[in-house]
Structures are given as structure tokens and as C-alpha cells.
Design a binder for this molecule. Structure first.
Ligand SMILES: O=C(O)CCC(=O)C(=O)O
Ligand SMILES: [Fe+2]
Length: 324
């Protein structure tokens, strides 16, 4: 990889440089399970190379962009699987889902965006996605073995297919437990890039030692909620009066890392890679600065132990304004 700064890797509030970032540690899924679990515990994440067959990922990427092609989002003469944005268009007419819209997961975009947003939402319910990709055997089997949950491994149905167009606003700093508070803090998120993502192409970033900080912040939120007289039920609300309206910790990753004296860990990703992360692990997304206008597509699949209390709100497919 070339120098981090030269690569034009940016977040909402500025560049990621050698000063405020470093690389994620990749892991080969064939390493001994004990070693993989140790890494997950130590790092708060496990960056698995090639755990899903590349063809499975590209097939889904193709189906996704083929379903959006009629909106004119793709550059003429390119193939759906490439997912190349037509830069002659206004990216605001193709708003992404799940980047922390101010009205907490409400419908993004204006009138011109209706068809695109309808189709992008509809993709969540299509067989090629909900029945096939989300139930990918290789990933499910890996998680079942890795977690030790075996047959109790449950894939939560609510997932977000996130299309980040070049220059669009990426999701801010957060940890997932904020949105999963009706369940045990033991779920595992699998962040799944759906296509190759260059290091400046809008991939996910993780805060160094972010899991312990997330645990601490969650305790503080709960204490503050109790001190303010909120009931247990209210305290669990991701959008309660002590939280930001979006449930995020910050919209400014660079400032957040500086404030906490830590670096962001980043990487390029290849179709087939998956990052597993813990429910308090702090993460955010980078701006898509892909020089070839490749649209960044990724999904987050979540797994839990069905023998423990889990967040039942996540057993429905994603809808706008579903309150989660
Ligand atoms: O894909 C993204 O930009 C955000 C993903 C995320 O926050 C997650 O998988 O938990
Ligand atoms: Fe997340």
C-alpha cells in the first residue's frame, strides 16, 4: 500500500494520516480457532480474509446493481457488477440508506430520489439477498464454530444494505450495542463488503482498543440515564434524551480519535472478506473517494446465541423509521 496520506483517505472531519491511523490486522480463517478467538478478544474485531467465496459476493453485487440500473445511477457502458456511479449525475439524487440520517433511519432524500430509494430498500426483501446472501453457508458455519454457539447460532433478520456513493456522507462514530440494547451484549456483527473496496473507497474503520472504551461509554450512558430518572426501558432507547438524536457517539471520527488518544484502524477490502466485531467495538465509515467512482456496497449481518435473551426487534426486515 502507498503512503496513507497520499491515498486520500478521509472521514467526515478530515484526512486519515500516519498520525491518526494504522492498519487493521488481517487473519486467515484457517488459523486455529483458539488463535482467532484470542485476536477477537484482544482487538475487539477479527478481520477475516476470504471467508466467503468471492463468486457469492460478486453475484449479490451484480443482482443489487442490476436492480437499480433503471434509475440511471450507473455509468453508461459499465456492467452492474462493477457498480460504477455515473458522475454526470447529482449524487444527492441517489442517497444511501443507513448513514445516520438525522431523523433516525427515516427515509433519505428528496423527490428525485424516490425510485432509487424504493428499489434500494426493496433489495433487502429479494430472495437473492434475504434468502441467499444473508444465509451464506460459509459465513454462517464459520460464525457457528467460532462463537461456539453451534445450532443456537441465529442470524438476525434486520440487516442494512449500505450503498455509499462517491462523496456521500458516511456513517459516524458508534458501537452497535446502542441499537441492540434489548438483547445480551454478546451478539457478533459481520461487516461484509460486497465488492472490492480500495483503501480510499469508503471502507469501515475501527478505533484502536475501541471495545473497552465502548463498554465504558455504555456504562456512563446507563448511569446518566438512571441519574436523570429514566426507567430501565427508557434507558435502553438508542435515541433517549442522553444520546445524540441518531444514537451515534460523534459525527467527527478524526476529532473523536484525537480526543481519546487513539488511532483509527483501516484497510482495503476484497470481495469475500468479512470483519467480525464485538457489540461495544467503536467504528465508523470513511468517505468514498474512489478515483474510479466505484460505489461502495456493504451489509451488516448480525448473529446471536438464541439460547440467551436477544433483541427481538431485529427479527423483522429493515424498514424506514422502524425505531431501531
Ligand atoms: O457499512 C457501514 O458504513 C457501516 C456498517 C456498520 O456500522 C456495521 O456493520 O455495524
Ligand atoms: Fe455499526
Amino acid at each position: 500500500m502507498v503512503g496513507i496520506q497520499a491515498d486520500n483517505i478521509t472521514v467526515n472531519d478530515g484526512p486519515l494520516t500516519a498520525e491518526n491511523s494504522a492498519l487493521l490486522r488481517p487473519s486467515d480463517p484457517s488459523l486455529p480457532m483458539e488463535e482467532l478467538r484470542k485476536r477477537f478478544d484482544e482487538d475487539g474485531y477479527l478481520f477475516l480474509k476470504g471467508v466467503i467465496p468471492r463468486e457469492d459476493v460478486l453475484e449479490a453485487r451484480k443482482a443489487y446493481f442490476a436492480s437499480l440500473e433503471s434509475t440511471g445511477v450507473l455509468k453508461p457502458g459499465t456492467k452492474p457488477v462493477e457498480g460504477i456511479f455515473d458522475s454526470a449525475k447529482n449524487y444527492e439524487d441517489f442517497p444511501g440508506i443507513g448513514a445516520g440520517a438525522a431523523d433516525n433511519n427515516g427515509r433519505p432524500g428528496g423527490e428525485n430520489a424516490t425510485k432509487f430509494v424504493d428499489l434500494a430498500l426493496d433489495a433487502h426483501y429479494q430472495d437473492w439477498y434475504a434468502e441467499k446472501f444473508c444465509k451464506n453457508r460459509a459465513l454462517y458455519d464459520f460464525v457457528a464454530r467460532f462463537s461456539g454457539w453451534g445450532q443456537n447460532t441465529l442470524a438476525l433478520r434486520r440487516t442494512l444494505l449500505r450503498n455509499n456513493l462517491p462523496a456521500s456522507k458516511p456513517i459516524g462514530v458508534h458501537y452497535d450495542q446502542i441499537f441492540l440494547r434489548h438483547g445480551d451484549p454478546t451478539s457478533i456483527t459481520a461487516w461484509v463488503p460486497m465488492g472490492d473496496i480500495k483503501s480510499n473507497g469508503g471502507g469501515l474503520i475501527y478505533l484502536e482498543n475501541g471495545d473497552s472504551l465502548g463498554i465504558e461509554l455504555e456504562q456512563n450512558f446507563f448511569r446518566a440515564a438512571k441519574a436523570a430518572g429514566l426507567s430501565d426501558e427508557e434507558a435502553k432507547n438508542a435515541f433517549n434524551s442522553n444520546m445524540m438524536a441518531t444514537g451515534l457517539l460523534s459525527e467527527f471520527p478524526a476529532g473523536f480519535a484525537l480526543e481519546h488518544g487513539r488511532k483509527w484502524l483501516m484497510s482495503a477490502y476484497e470481495a469475500g472478506d468479512v470483519v467480525l466485531h464485538k457489540p461495544h467495538m467503536i467504528h465508523a465509515s470513511t468517505v468514498n473517494n474512489d478515483p474510479d467512482n466505484v460505489i461502495r456496497l456493504a451489509t451488516d449481518l448480525r448473529f446471536c446465541d438464541s439460547s440467551k435473551p436477544y433483541d427481538k426487534r431485529w427479527m423483522n426486515h429493515y424498514r424506514f423509521g422502524d425505531g431501531v
